[in-house]
Design a protein around this ligand. Structure first.
Ligand SMILES: NC(=O)c1ccc[n+]([C@@H]2O[C@H](COP(=O)([O-])OP(=O)(O)OC[C@H]3O[C@@H](n4cnc5c(N)ncnc54)[C@H](O)[C@@H]3O)[C@@H](O)[C@H]2O)c1
Length: 264
């Protein structure tokens, strides 16, 4: 008994989970958590080498398949969906998570090329995933999709305006998909991580600090009520919950995992 009681109920035995951006910090932590809960994993990323490392980090008992694919290319999205079905026969959970931060610069210095690239990965990639995974779930009247948005999808953020716009779009796609699929018992939610201790956060902090003078940790976390950065495993926990039947009446929501950063 005690504190572990609730998490034990979040089981995904027999489920098949496709995770994009699975070679990254949040994607690999989440693939691991879903596998620990009993799911079989289809790990998708364009970084083949890091994908291998992420797969090796899964529990030994986990059945897993790695697929190298670019989420912005429709034929490659079709390929990862087809390969998942060929291997496991179904997709129960889709963590639509691949994303890029893009350039860190004010709008007036932002290149159109970078703008298009960020929207391509963060919005077109998420759209294509929904477009090709949803029919598989709708055919079985069952499934849970979790997109990765960000707190930058809820509030504005200097020097990452394009990233922020792309994540606002992910929330719009999530809510609209949830309405389109509600009757079929296919749930669509998103998570909005705040400042997670990760490569992407370091890239944003460094990009905003061209002087390279070290920034004290207290300064970085001063606007976070929890007064610390989040861990990728803390995002993984909420994804596992949303993936599971414990969240059977949850759809169209945007869950913040931000230590209270956007509460005020
Ligand atoms: N790290 C944070 O603090 C934070 C906060 C809020 C939201 N997020 C979001 O969480 C998600 C994961 O971020 P992360 O921190 O793990 O970053 P990360 O850079 O470690 O991982 C992102 C992964 O996506 C992959 N990827 C990028 N473009 C791709 C493409 N076109 N096709 C296939 N794969 C592609 C990368 O290879 C990488 O492995 C992203 O959507 C990010 O925007 C991160």
């Amino acid at each position: 008994m005690g504190g572990d009681f609730m998490p034990d109920r979040i089981r995904l035995d027999g489920r098949v989970a496709v995770v994009t951006g699975a070679a990254g910090v949040i994607g690999s932590a989440t693939a691991k958590r879903l596998a620990e809960r009993g799911a079989r994993i289809v790990a998708v990323d364009r970084q083949e080498q890091d994908l291998g490392a992420a797969i090796r980090d899964l529990p030994a008992s986990a059945e897993a398949l790695a697929i190298s694919a670019d989420v912005t290319a429709e034929d490659e999205v079709k390929k990862y969906v087809r390969t998942a079905i060929d291997r496991f026969g179904k997709i129960d959970v889709f963590y639509n998570n691949a994303g890029v931060e893009g350039d860190i610069a004010p709008l007036t210095d932002y290149s159109l090329e970078s703008f298009r690239r960020v929207l391509d990965v963060n919005v077109v990639g998420v759209f294509l995933g929904l477009k090709h995974v949803l029919p598989v779930m709708l055919a079985r009247n069952k499934g849970s999709i979790i997109n990765t948005a960000s707190i930058a999808g809820l509030i504005g953020a200097p020097d990452i305006a394009v990233y922020s716009a792309s994540k606002h779009a992910v929330i719009g796609l999530t809510r609209s998909a949830a309405i389109e699929c509600g009757k079929a018992s296919v749930r669509v939610n998103c998570v909005c991580p705040g400042m997670i201790d990760s490569r992407m956060l370091s890239s944003i902090i460094e990009g905003r600090n061209p002087s390279n003078a070290p920034i004290p940790n207290e300064k970085i976390v001063e606007r976070i009520p929890a007064r610390r950065l989040g861990r990728a495993s803390e995002v993984a926990s909420i994804v596992a919950f949303l993936a599971s039947d414990e969240a059977s009446y949850v759809s169209g929501s945007a869950y913040t995992v931000d230590g209270g950063r956007t509460a005020g």
